[in-house]
Design a protein around this ligand. Structure first.
Ligand code: CP
Ligand code: NVA
Length: 307
């Protein structure tokens, strides 16, 4: 049975610690100019996109090549997925060619269908419900900044939409045990099942309505766009509904001394976060983007064992 990575909870704390330590090593090697490792032995990895992407596409493409594999990029409109070929067929066909499939689509259920019929690992590159590869890189970034201080003792704030990023931070709080305060406008809460399960497992998880309260004492303050890729039609309404949920310098001032600001990007400066915060010394947004590459190399190395 291949090991899939569909939700953040698909890996354990031990597995994450292993991946972080590999990512740290791979990052140091790359910074010394040592890009290539023969791990994948020429094997092809599929990169499938049903939504736009910059970071995920490029970081996985580089990661696969640097691990000695080659990426096969598919945009949905150029495939038979767009004409309704059964997922169970696509999964079995692609399993005959590829050693793993990294996929960005709409519904997590599509990934589960693929996984059910696939003999290769399926990696979630963002769905409406989750974005585990992003939070993997975000946590690696936070751990780097903590420089040996324990992650589980930290308090994290998430301000904004209870969508894929918020859901994934919830699952991460369940795995790692850190405190998480979410501030979401009424009607924009995270997935109810994920919230309930996480609150059961981690009593330090809170859902609030006040961004200032959520930020209080946090070592990391996170946000996400008001309207995600699957919510473009609601963008105007959301701008109104999310009034008061912008991460500003005043909100950052409530956080712990030395707190970092995090955003998965792409950002809409002046909407969910001010330009001032994005460009402030607290902002680690480009480290998060860079760390997608290192963390995903370590993830692929783990999910696709050596030949
Ligand atoms: N953060 C992120 O996943 O970016 P892309 O949409 O550019 O891949
Ligand atoms: N919540 C955003 C994340 C983009 C990386 C979206 O789904 O569009």
């Amino acid at each position: 049975m291949p090991k899939h990575y569909i939700t953040f909870r698909d890996l354990s704390l031990d597995e994450y610690n292993h991946i972080f330590s590999r990512a740290k090593k791979l990052k140091a090697e790359r910074l010394r100019g040592q890009y290539l490792r023969p791990h994948l032995g020429g094997r092809p990895i599929g990169l499938f996109f049903a939504k736009p992407s910059t970071r995920t596409r490029v970081s996985f493409d580089c990661a696969i090549r640097e691990l000695g594999g080659h990426p096969v990029i598919m945009n949905i409109s150029e495939t038979q997925f767009s004409r309704g070929e059964p997922i169970s067929h696509s999964a079995r066909v692609l399993s005959r060619y590829l050693s793993a499939l990294v996929i960005r689509t709409f519904l997590e259920s599509e990934l589960r269908d693929l996984a059910r019929h696939s003999t290769m690992p399926i990696v979630n590159a963002l769905t409406n419900e989750q974005h585990p590869c992003q939070v993997l890189a975000d946590l690696f970034t936070f751990v780097e900044r903590l420089d040996g201080r324990p992650l589980e003792k930290q308090q994290v704030a998430f301000i904004g939409d209870g969508h894929n990023m918020a859901n994934t931070w919830l699952e991460a709080a369940a795995v790692f045990g850190f405190g998480l305060a979410l501030a979401c406008p009424e009607g924009y809460d995270p997935d109810a099942d994920i919230l309930r399960r996480t609150m059961n497992d981690n009593p330090r998880v809170r859902l609030l309505r006040s961004p200032a309260e959520a930020a209080a004492g946090a070592g990391a303050v996170n946000t996400d766009v008001f309207a995600s890729m699957d919510q473009a039609a609601e963008a105007e309404k959301r701008l109104k509904d999310f009034r008061g949920f912008q991460v500003t310098a005043e909100i950052m001032a409530k956080a712990a001394p030395g707190a970092i600001f995090m955003h998965c990007l792409p950002a809409h400066p002046g909407e969910e976060v001010t330009e001032e915060v994005l460009e402030s010394p607290a902002s680690v947004i480009f480290d998060e983007a860079e760390n997608r590459l290192h963390a995903q190399k370590a993830l692929l190395e783990y999910l696709v064992p050596p030949l």
